[in-house]
Design a protein around this ligand. Sequence first.
Ligand code: C5P
Length: 233
Amino acid sequence: MPETRPIIALDFPSAEETFMFLKKFPDEESLFVKIGMELFYSAGPDLVREIKSQGHSIFLDLKLHDIPNTVGAAMKSLARLGVDMTNVHAAGGLEMMQAAREGLLSVNSATKLIAVTQLTSTSEQQMQHDQGIMTSLEESVLHYAQLTNEAGLDGVVCSAQEAAEIKNVTREDFICLTPGIRPAGAAQGDQKRVVTPAQARINKSDYIVVGRPITQAENPVLAYKSIYDEWNN
Ligand code: C5P
């Protein structure tokens, strides 16, 4: 079953701003939040523990990409934080992903591990020009998804436009976590391949990640509720 809560991307520069944002929500509301590089590099593991202790679920989005030994060791450190989900770049390769999984499992088997295929900000032309991958964007994404499955990971980060096809070439319960979500009429920002929450559900996303449409909204709680409803109905 897909996760009912949209994952809120906490793209804030500091712990202070993050807590100011979280305080807008009722105390008893358990959120699913994403902590990415910006916040983690400024506020660190203490912030992760604090948000966890407030009863929220956490996707630690650090997109690791390094040699297998380093990524495996880094995953051990992250696993000790007890986050619900974390990730690597599939471009790091099969061996790196296997090492990541082994590192994680050696400490904690509850944390889900997924991989980034192609960033949702990447166009096909950029992929071909910058990465020298001379296939279509879709083929590259499907290839990375299959590689991720082969490495034994739980799923991928992808565009909602690709989710159904990814499940076709992997398995039905392979997690498709999809950023690049915009309610109708919202600013697209730097995202290139966006879909609405309702369309993401139709397209078989299991988790949606929403940042600016909630964090930059005049009323973030209302924006969250409306995206929540659109995703669940
Ligand atoms: O503000 P917005 O809704 O565009 O935020 C999307 C979040 O998802 C950002 O934190 C971005 O880094 C992240 N993300 C993404 N595309 C990926 C992986 C992560 O947009 N493929």
